[in-house]
Structures are given as structure tokens and as C-alpha cells.
Ligand binder design. Structure first.
Ligand SMILES: [Zn+2]
Ligand SMILES: [Zn+2]
Length: 582
């Protein structure tokens, strides 16, 4: 028997459709602007395009053209971030297993070029003599002559400057930034003395192995480098004993991790004797410390990788941060007269960066303020080109590059939040560079000090909560990896699509340089969203989506036609590529 229901408390018949026309009914409908953005993302159309006004300098006609924003993080623009990731994947794929050198070595210098460099040498000698004799009018003349020769050298087709420019009268800047080089005693060497040292050959391509049946193969590698332990952690990445977890070292290690990686590659190349190439990324581990994954071209014995990692370190010779002499409430102040940061009470100027480093150099017992090393965990394995394993690895390397460092691991529990906050607290007071405004709290004027610094409130990325101290680049690709820049790869993708479609106009509505036969001169300027000739954002998105949808179906049709044709010399890149690659 069922209990009698009280009047007015009958269970409501479910589900109740909201009254048509009511607010609830309206709210249940998807917002059309969200649907528009969703479709834009589906078609790979940038959702925050930059409106650029292009003026044809011959006719004076102007046109507003949308350029993709080019964001690399998903939260800004998912289509652009994904496009960027695909380009990175193409870049890694192309360099990883290649069996030829990506760039031919430079041509030998001509006699003319050598003669010009010699002349530049004579002028340098004369300038030095004149400068010692304080014949400043001569120095000025010689500087002009040097400038001319430098221009002639560039015109002769040599890359880069022969030597840096001489600093002019700007004395105080000259001494610190471009002037004398700081000498380090050999005690403070940064190289790894225990490793073998070979001359590094120009070669960047790995070794080829021959199987007993005569076939050859050229495997490549996959490497993960981690930092040391700061104390035991639980499976969720939080410390077992937060009070004893070494947050200070964790923060300093994170800030200096990129330098440690540089040293690793330098040591590895010297130890192996060839110009080892890599492409990889820096990501946070669950414990929020950075680690790095790398694709390496060619193979290197695992023992060697381990030995080099164990021997590699980076010393930070910075002033001490043991004593914080000032606080955010009582910071040093800028003295306009002295053009220096001074003590708020005594008005005595703080040590300059140079002075602080001199003190360290003069102290025979000085220790580096920090030393970074890798942890014991070094994972390395071989990867065969063209396998699913290779593709999976590329996807793995690029998995998180569209996210902020802080968003890679979900912070769900209070314990995880406390861990992140504690690390962030430490990162806020850790100096990020030699120009960091936080140095002022430790009683040192950072390099290149000026009035606008905010003591203890440096804007550097390393101090922000969502970087976890990883303030610099997260994608690390060596110079001779694929021999191409990211925009070269972008160009490749476009060229491939163009070839397939048989069109010659640029795909983003912009003619590619070099693709046009007759040079059309254009002036570009950024258009403001409220300029009268800029259509509403929604209109621009709708147009782009329609355009993209048409391209996509044309592209698919072209691919079908190409597939039906007997094997022509089609590009291998067509495999697995769809309209998505645009
Ligand atoms: Zn975008
Ligand atoms: Zn800073």
C-alpha cells in the first residue's frame, strides 16, 4: 500500500518540458555563437582572427583580411594551437630518421671575402692604437671606415658580423653589458672533466646498421631526462612529508633546467664526437618538477647517455640569497640623483650586479649559489623509423604543448593544491635571471637596473603560478634537426595542398612570397575591430568556415582523383594527411 500523498506534494510528473517561450526553454537551447565557435574549431578556423588591412600600393585598393592568431595554447584558440601542434609533429617526424645532412655545409670563402676580413683586421688594430693614444677624432674616423668594410663584407655574401660593434660613449652601460668578460678560475669550470672529449665532427646523421641478410637500418632514439628527488612523493605527486620536501631546490632547479639541458647536449656531442641532433619538449611531472622528452637522430649507447647525464651539472654563480635584507613593505628605493637603488633609511646605494659578482670572484672559498643536476632516472630506448611506435612517440612528445604548464596535471585534491601553492611561494622569491627585480630584496641591484623595477615583484614568467617555474621555451629543437624553421614547414603543407588542388593563390587569402609572378606591392596594417570596414567577428567567422568547408571537400575530391590515377610521383606526405592539416 502506498502512503497517501499530502495535497500539493504530489511528485511532479518528470521530465517536465519547460513551457515554450519561457526563460528555461530559451536557456536550454544551445547559444548560436557557441555553436559557431564549435564549428569553427571543427573546420580548423581561427576563432580570434586578427583583422589586417591590406592596401595595394599600385591601385590604392584596401581589403580587410583575417590572419589566424597563431596561438600555441588551447585556451586562447584551439584551432590555431592544434595547427601549431601538427606542424611541430611534422617537424619532429621530418628530422628524426633522416639519412642525409639537412643543410649542405657553407661554401668556402672567396679571395675577396678573405681580403675584406683582413682589411677589417687592420682597421681594428689602428682603432685600438688610436684609442690608447686618446686620439678620439681618429677613432671616430676609423669607426666609420669599419662600418663601411662591414657593409662590404655583408655585400660579399658573408653571414653575420665579423665582430661586435664597439660601444660608444655610453660608458656605464658599456662596462656592464658589452665590455669586459668575466674571468672564471678553472676551479669554477662548468664542463664535465670525467667525460672523454672528442673533436665534434660536422655529421648529424646516425650510424647505419646492416642485418645479416644485407638490408640496412638506421634506428633512432627516444630519451627522457628528469631532475633529482626533493623528497619522497605519493602517487598523486604530493610530498609524503611536505615539511621536509626541498621546495627551494625544486624552484631553483626548475628555473635553471634549460641551462642544464644545454650542458647535457654539449657534453654528449663532445663525448660522442658528432653533432647529435634532438627535438623535444619540457613538461611538468606529476610532482610538478620539469622533465624533458627528446627524439634523438641516430643511436647512442644507453650507458653513454647515463654517464653523460650523471656527469652533467650547471653551476649558478650568482650573489647569495640566504639573507633577505628588504621586504615588500620596506623595499629599497630609487634615487634619481644617484641613478641607483638605495637603502630606504641610510640612502646608501645597493651593490651593483658587477660589484656583487666581483665579491664572489675575489673570494677563494666562494661556492656557487646553486648547482643543478639530473636525477638517477634516465629512460632511453631505440625507435625504428616508419613504425607505429615512432608515430605514437611523436604524439606523446607533443601531447601537452597546447596547454599551459600549470594545466597539464589536474589539481583536484586540497593536498595537491597545497603542494602547488608551496612551490609557487618559493618560485615567487627565486630570482629568475640576472635582471630579475627580486634581487633588490637581497640587497643587490640586478644587471641593467632602472627606475621602473618593482622590488620583489618581477614580472618574469618563471614567477607565475601557471608556469611552475618553466618560464622559457618548452619546445627545444636543435639547429640542424630538419634544416627548416616552423614557417618552412607551414609553407610545405601549403605547397602540398596547392599542388593537389592545382591552385596558385595563397590558402589563407594571402599570396605567398615567391608564388606570385608579378610583384604586387602591399602595405599592411592592423585594423581595429571597431573600424567601419571591419565586419563583425561572427560574419568573419561564418565566411571563413564556408571557405574552409569548400576547400576541404575540394581537397577530398582531389585526393580521390589522385588515388584513382595509376601511381604518379605523388608526395608521400599525402599519406594520412587530410584537410585537417590545413
Ligand atoms: Zn587562432
Ligand atoms: Zn624575476
Amino acid at each position: 500500500m502506498t502512503a497517501p500523498t499530502l495535497p500539493g506534494l504530489e511528485p511532479a510528473p518528470t521530465p517536465v518540458a519547460p513551457r515554450p517561450g519561457s526563460r528555461a526553454a530559451r536557456m536550454a537551447l544551445p547559444r548560436s555563437i557557441d555553436v559557431l565557435k564549435e564549428i569553427a574549431a571543427e573546420y580548423g578556423v581561427c576563432v580570434r582572427p586578427l583583422a589586417m588591412r591590406r592596401t595595394d600600393l599600385n591601385t590604392g585598393l584596401t581589403e580587410v583580411i583575417d590572419l589566424p592568431c597563431g596561438a600555441t595554447r588551447e585556451d586562447k584558440c584551439a584551432p590555431c594551437a592544434k595547427k601549431n601542434r601538427r606542424l611541430r609533429q611534422a617537424q619532429i617526424r621530418e628530422g628524426w630518421h633522416r639519412d642525409d645532412e639537412p643543410l649542405p655545409p657553407p661554401e668556402p670563402a672567396t679571395e675577396e671575402q678573405k681580403a675584406l676580413v683582413l682589411l677589417r683586421g687592420h682597421l681594428e688594430f689602428s682603432r685600438d692604437e688610436a684609442s690608447r693614444a686618446s686620439q678620439w677624432d681618429q677613432v671616430t674616423d676609423l669607426d666609420e671606415a669599419i662600418q663601411e668594410v662591414e657593409e662590404a663584407i655583408a655585400a660579399e655574401g658573408l653571414r653575420g658580423r665579423v665582430a661586435p660593434q664597439h660601444s660608444t660613449d655610453d660608458e656605464d652601460q658599456g662596462e656592464e653589458d658589452s665590455g669586459r668578460r668575466r674571468k672564471r678560475s678553472t676551479r669554477r669550470r662548468q664542463d664535465a672533466p670525467d667525460l672523454p672529449r672528442r673533436k665534434v665532427e660536422r655529421r648529424t646523421v646516425g650510424k647505419t646498421y646492416a642485418a645479416p641478410d644485407g638490408s640496412t637500418y638506421r634506428p633512432s632514439m627516444w630519451l627522457t631526462l628528469t631532475l633529482d628527488s626533493y623528497g619522497p612523493v605519493r602517487p598523486d605527486g604530493t610530498p609524503v612529508n611536505p615539511a621536509r620536501y626541498d621546495y627551494r631546490r625544486a624552484a631553483w632547479d626548475a628555473v635553471h633546467f634549460p641551462r642544464l639541458l644545454d650542458r647535457f647536449w654539449q657534453n654528449l656531442r663532445r663525448c660522442e664526437g658528432w653533432n647529435v641532433q634532438y627535438a623535444g619538449c619540457v613538461e611538468p611531472q606529476r610532482r610538478l618538477a620539469p622533465h624533458a622528452h627528446f627524439a634523438i637522430r641516430g643511436t647512442i649507447p644507453r650507458d653513454v647517455l647515463r654517464t653523460v647525464a650523471a656527469a652533467t651539472y650547471h653551476q649558478v654563480w650568482w650573489p647569495s640569497v640566504d639573507v633577505q635584507r628588504y621586504t615588500l613593505d620596506r623595499p629599497p628605493i630609487w634615487d634619481e640623483q644617484a641613478a641607483a637603488w638605495v637603502d630606504p633609511d641610510t640612502r646608501a646605494p645597493l651593490n651593483t650586479w658587477s660589484e656583487a659578482l666581483d665579491t664572489i670572484d675575489d673570494d677563494p672559498d666562494a661556492e656557487p649559489v646553486h648547482v643543478v643536476r639530473f636525477g638517477a632516472q634516465v629512460d632511453a630506448r631505440g625507435v625504428m623509423p616508419g613504425t607505429e611506435d615512432a608515430e605514437r612517440t611523436i604524439r606523446y612528445v607533443t601531447k601537452y604543448i597546447t596547454k599551459h604548464t600549470g594545466d597539464v596535471h589536474k589539481i583536484i585534491s586540497g593536498r595537491q593544491r597545497a603542494h602547488l601553492d608551496r612551490l609557487w611561494q618559493e618560485l615567487q622569491v627565486t630570482p629568475c635571471t640576472d635582471r630579475c627585480a627580486n634581487w633588490l630584496l637581497y640587497g643587490v641591484q640586478p644587471k641593467g637596473s632602472h627606475a621602473k623595477l618593482k622590488p620583489g615583484r618581477c614580472k618574469g614568467k618563471a614567477h607565475q603560478r601557471d608556469t611552475l617555474g618553466i618560464g622559457g621555451r618548452r619546445i627545444l629543437i636543435s639547429r640542424d634537426w630538419s634544416g627548416k624553421t616552423l614557417s618552412d614547414h607551414k609553407h610545405d603543407v601549403r605547397a602540398w595542398v596547392r599542388a593537389l588542388l592545382g591552385v596558385s593563390v595563397g590558402l589563407d587569402g594571402v599570396e605567398d612570397q615567391g608564388a606570385t609572378v608579378k610583384p604586387v606591392r602591399h602595405a599592411w596594417e592592423l585594423a581595429r575591430p571597431d573600424d567601419p570596414d571591419v565586419p563583425a567577428m561572427a560574419h568573419r567567422l561564418l565566411r571563413s568556415i564556408s571557405e574552409r568547408a569548400r576547400w576541404r571537400s575540394e581537397l577530398l575530391a582531389a585526393k580521390d582523383r589522385a588515388a584513382q590515377l595509376p601511381q604518379t610521383g605523388s608526395r608521400t606526405e599525402a599519406d594520412g594527411a587530410t584537410g585537417e592539416r590545413l
